[in-house]
Design a protein around this ligand. Sequence first.
Ligand SMILES: [Zn+2]
Ligand SMILES: [Zn+2]
Length: 470
Amino acid sequence: MTRQSSRLKKPIVEKTTTTKPAKSKPTKEIDENEEDPSIEDPKTTKKRKVAQSYVKEEDDDEEEEEEEAVVAEKPKAVKKRKTTKAKKEDSMVLAQRTVVSTLKKSMYIGAHVSSAGGVQNSIPNAVNIGANAFALFLKPHRKWVSPPMTKEAISGFNSQAQEHKFQVCNHCLPHGSYLVNLAQADKDKAQQAHDAFVDDLMRCESLGIKLYNFHPGSTGGDTKANAIGRIAAQLNKAHGMTSNVVTVLENMAGQGNVIGSAFEDLRDIIELIDDKSRVGVCIDTCHTFAAGYDLRTPEAFEATMSEFDKIVGYRFLKALHLNDSKAPLDSHRDLHANIGTGFLGLRAFHSVMNHAPFEGLPMVLETPIDKPAPDGNGKAVEDKQVWADEIKLLESLIGMDPDSDEFKAHDARLQKEGLGERNLILKQVERKAAVDAGKSKRGSKPKKTTTKRGAKGKKAEVSEDEDDSD
Ligand SMILES: [Zn+2]
Ligand SMILES: [Zn+2]
């Protein structure tokens, strides 16, 4: 696979034990004995399949499985060294975690990992891809209610965090449920949203997690001011019912009635929060770009970030989601692409990785890792090696000269990789713009634009290709 060549130079990792990256097959194969992952030795044929059943369990909707999985307890890693179980876990390591202090900047990079089988499993899942930060769902995100976390899940999470030296208070960023809309006007539905939201915050507090990321909400056709007022009221109430978790508003791409694509939306919500220490912002690079804020060149990046600082303020910035974008600037499409393959490109991520104000914040990949199944049955399987490689690639950008051949080679390779997808989405966006332009010419009422950046007639809901929602 071409992705592997991104691992040319690696920052220092914790141990020298390394793993062999997956080749064309999504099922990872590991060679325990291999010393250097950058040297591909065709002679090493002694590979073994990595705990297939464990990998497989996440093929399905992982979050739906969460409840049942409490019964089928999975690896818990509280065992002593070198037990069979420990060895098995070792063998699932796709990349070693980089010691952050060896990087030129303290960047904590990870991904949104699975918590199937219970929250305690998220930490080994993060460790296995070499993550120093991670996101997870605290409960099945497509269900309104779910049973409380078990004592085992909580203590397992804590002991895993301790064992792997994860500061979950700083570098763990759970993602809220997509069902919850804190701007909901309907009384009963607002109560339902409130209950689910507060339940998540309480889960954070019992796990020692300090940051909680969520989507601000949707106006549902009401005015933005009213919707923002309801979000803030819900947050104030939730803060009163909990003690210290920080509610982190994610900026959005700006489809339809969604709130949070303009920095002003975030500012307006924060303004109404009583306890400012309980609210923050997460910048999603894909959403930012799709919402119309350019990040591609160093100048554009600086301009966007200083606009953010001016409107919202760095003091509220608590986290980042690192995603490239399959859709062009200001398209209001939420389509995450792998790092460097999208319209943002690797130069944007070079700027991100070298931006001092981002030091110490959790940075979470939400990039696609689905690959076609090896048996061609049409069902996609996850290849977590993609995240392991993206983390190493991003870390390698810290201090890298963007004019170097090394950078240019990465950039060219990744842009080539994403060309087909970019062209596809670009055509969709252009077609949509043409249709919208035609509509407004005929005098049909254009869909209400919710941000100043959406004022190009491209604001209406997109139906051709389902957008991401994270
Ligand atoms: Zn995101
Ligand atoms: Zn999100």
